[in-house]
Design a protein around this ligand. Sequence first.
Ligand SMILES: *Cc1c(COP(=O)(O)O)cnc(C)c1O
Length: 217
Amino acid sequence: MTDFLTNRWTTLMEELPPSVRLLAVSKGHSASTIRSVASFGQQAFGESRLQEALEKQKLLSDLNLQWHFIGHLQKNKVRAVVKTFSVIHSVDSLSLAQRVSRIAVEEGCCPNVLLQIKLRVDPSKGGMERGDLISIWPELQTLPALRITGLMTMAPFGLRVDERQSLFTECRTLADKLKLPECSMGMSGDWHEAVAAGSTLLRLGSAIFGPRLMSRT
Ligand SMILES: *Cc1c(COP(=O)(O)O)cnc(C)c1O
């Protein structure tokens, strides 16, 4: 098990350009597997389900890990997420941003936030459309306690390589227009195109951990 992890990690490190940071998406994997990957020097881990994440955070509290929330964020989970995650990748509406901001003020913390956008029709994924983001942008910037550092996006299944590449380029262009440094884009199946388009943060799960055991998303 650990040999597989080590081999995959070594291969990946040889491939990844130094310009891009890596978020290890550990949903569906155990705390002890996360511990192994942390021993390679990886600090940032992404989780998409709160309950599962809280259990692992408790087991790994002796390590200095940085937790990123990447799943759909339900209103009633905002407080718990704000308290236990330092980056939220999935803020996809003005009302959710307002709630995160209000709760962050109450909790005295200031999460880094990425706005999730959806650049193609895709009923299976969250995210706001480009036009909606542009129209709420002035209001988003006034929210206290929100450090909006970038955009996050996902490519729909079934796109060709060149179609994915242009989708990621659109995300980068929009982030640049809003003067946002960060683009969280690229998963195990499409990270090469995301890097070519200017991703700053890759969210890789199976490329690091192998197939998920408790897979749901
Ligand atoms: C699961 C997940 C990933 C990682 O997916 P892989 O294909 O295993 O790399 C990245 N981003 C989000 C939002 C996810 O839910």
